[in-house]
Write a protein that binds this ligand. Structure first.
Ligand code: ADP
Ligand code: MG
Length: 249
């Protein structure tokens, strides 16, 4: 079963007296365990699509299923719980809380999981900080860490809740090339080892080439779906042209 299903999603924003269509009838199924890039130029709808998948934003019409659950029928509490337990977010600007140390930032979303004792939380924090190579930096605050280290804290924070899906919006855009590649490599390694589904957006060709699935989006529409074969991408044009209602990658 697909871990994410987006069905005929339209998202319009009202800007002054104009309507902006950020997503125009987007349908997509994402298989569990993939390392998927959403690629497209600035303004093409990448962030909107990630936010709709992550239940941060709601579609104007159409539906989103996470783990087979239709998110539109949920109460705000149920949605917050689904988000807290299923989805982790990584942002371009890291979005760490500046007054908290690395370990406190990773612990923060765990406070929403009442079944975890303080000892459980500390165990998880230790485990995930070690996974991203920051064991020695646990007590550092964000301003005492490099950009790459901050993004590693964000990765640990996204994973600590045992998220099934990690959504990363241009996670390497604020990092230099080498640091960005290392961050992607770390995400990919975690993806392979933990089978966590990763969906990240980028407009950088080098970054998209590290994915094993590719969704090309332009003007709020999916233009192509790519699957990596040994020596490059095999593209499937938007299969709705061929009568397939529910293109899957
Ligand atoms: P990307 O992440 O690919 O750069 P976005 O998803 O941020 O693209 O934006 C897609 C389109 O929707 C753009 O035209 C953008 O200006 C518009 N948009 C995004 N968010 C809003 C908003 N909150 N209000 C109005 N327009 C928005
Ligand atoms: Mg964006």
């Amino acid at each position: 079963m697909a871990i994410v299903q987006v069905k005929n999603v339209i998202k319009r924003y009202r800007l002054g007296d104009q309507d902006v269509t950020a997503l125009n009838d987007v349908s997509l199924s994402i298989e569990p365990g993939v390392f998927l890039a959403i690629a497209g130029p600035s303004g093409s709808g990448k962030s909107t699509l990630l936010n709709v998948i992550g239940c941060i934003d709601t579609p104007t019409s159409g539906s989103v299923f996470i783990n087979g659950q239709d998110v539109s029928g949920q109460t705000p509490d149920a949605l917050a719980d689904l988000r807290a337990r299923t989805i982790g977010f990584i942002f371009q600007t890291f979005n760490l809380l500046p007054v908290l140390s690395a370990e406190e930032n990773v612990e923060y979303p765990l406070l929403q999981l009442p079944e975890l004792s303080k000892a459980d939380r500390q165990k998880r924090v230790k485990h995930y900080l070690a996974m991203v190579g920051l064991r020695k930096y646990a007590t550092h605050r964000p301003n005492q860490l490099s950009g790459g280290q901050r993004q590693r804290v964000a990765i640990a924070r996204a994973l600590a809740t045992h998220s099934k899906i990690v959504l990363a919006d241009e996670p390497t855009a604020n990092l230099d090339r080498k640091t960005g590649e290392n961050i992607l490599r770390l995400m990919k390694q975690i993806n392979r080892e933990s089978e966590t589904t990763f969906v990240f957006s980028t407009h950088d060709r080098r970054v998209m080439n590290m994915a094993d699935r590719l969704v090309r989006i332009e003007d709020g529409e999916i233009k192509a779906l790519g699957v990596r074969k040994d020596d490059g991408w095999v593209f499937v044009q938007d299969r709705r042209d061929q009568g397939d209602e529910d293109p899957e990658v």
